[in-house]
Design a protein around this ligand. Structure first.
Ligand code: NAP
Length: 286
């Protein structure tokens, strides 16, 4: 495994800690990010930098992508000088971005036409689990590819779950993020209601976390709510994108539309780059 040449595209909030963990395990990682300055700290840790996406899919055995959205993935794979412009036959491309089911299936067929292998690996967990190698990884594609990547998944995550053919993991990730968005809004509304009843934020959050209502999410978002610190772990623009993906897949349940309206309103007030739990600011004004 230490001889395997790994390429990595996307050094955002998730990509940087994930690559850091691979390097700390002694693996050689060649990185590429659209904004070059984000590569700098990883180069100091021992990563190398590719001058183009094309170079990655020619030189590496496995190339991971974790970029913003469907359009970004499409550009990285199919853009001019993208990963699929002149790939090495048999190279394995693994997309970890949260994108639509149809996008994942399209990438699989684009890759197959170029004699390239494709695998989807969707991640649940935010920056802290990424830093701690504690992500939950939802995997989709051929079993033989899963077995090849699994040792790397075990560095990045606490568990990987093989879900079957490409598309299944994207679908599962979209379901999880619907529940995540519901949890964010439920938590934010409950804290605001408690304040209306003259309770302190810290007190209601402590009760939630000690009760059966507490979860990893409520615990993770408690200090940010108490401190009004909405520096992004999971940017609001990304969960708004995920709700759009859910709607594209047919989600039109009773809670969906008000939930989407909250996140859209927050986006319009300029909170897109803030953490998703900053919807509490939007809900406070209602
Ligand atoms: P982020 O911090 O916003 O980083 C986005 C990355 O995508 C950056 O490296 C950015 O490059 C790159 N990018 C965007 N558009 C591009 C394009 N057209 N061509 C090439 N690169 C492009 O996002 P993140 O939080 O790391 O999330 C990345 C993905 O993982 C998203 O799909 C998100 O939904 C998903 N995800 C996030 C979390 C989380 O908690 N943050 C958890 C699970 C899954 P630049 O640096 O040049 O802008």
């Amino acid at each position: 495994m230490s001889m395997i040449k790994i390429g990595w595209v996307g050094l955002g909030k998730m990509g940087i800690p994930m690559v850091t963990n691979l390097i700390r395990k002694g693996l050689s990682v060649c990185v590429y990010n659209r904004t070059k300055e984000k590569e700098r700290n990883l180069l100091k840790l021992g990563a190398t930098a590719a001058t183009s996406l094309q170079q990655l899919s020619q030189d590496c055995d496995i190339v991971f992508t974790i970029v913003s959205d469907d359009a970004a993935v499409e550009e990285v794979y199919n853009g001019e000088n993208g990963l699929l412009s002149h790939p090495k036959p048999g190279v394995l491309l693994v997309d970890m971005s949260t994108v639509g089911v149809q996008t994942s299936k399209k990438l699989a067929s684009d890759c197959s036409r170029k004699n390239v292998r494709f695998f989807e690996a969707k991640v649940s967990g935010s920056v802290k689990p990424a830093e701690e190698g504690q992500l939950l990884i939802l995997a989709g594609g051929e079993m033989q590819d899963y077995q090849k990547i699994q040792p790397l998944f075990s560095i990045l995550g606490k568990q990987s779950i093989y879900m079957g053919e490409v598309g299944k993991a994207s679908a599962a990730k979209i379901c999880l993020n619907y529940f995540l968005a519901l949890t964010f809004q439920g938590l934010a509304e409950t804290v605001l209601f408690a304040q209306h009843l003259n309770m302190e934020k810290a007190d209601i959050l402590n009760l939630i976390n000690e009760s059966a209502c507490g979860s990893g999410v409520t615990k993770m978002k408690s200090q940010p709510i108490i401190n009004n610190d909405f520096s992004p772990a999971f940017a609001l623009k990304h969960i708004t994108k995920d709700l759009r993906l859910a709607h594209n897949e047919g989600l039109a349940s009773p809670l969906f539309f008000p939930l989407q309206a909250t996140f859209q309103a927050a986006l319009q007030t300029g909170l897109g780059e803030r953490d998703a739990i900053s919807i509490i600011e939007t809900l406070r004004m209602k």
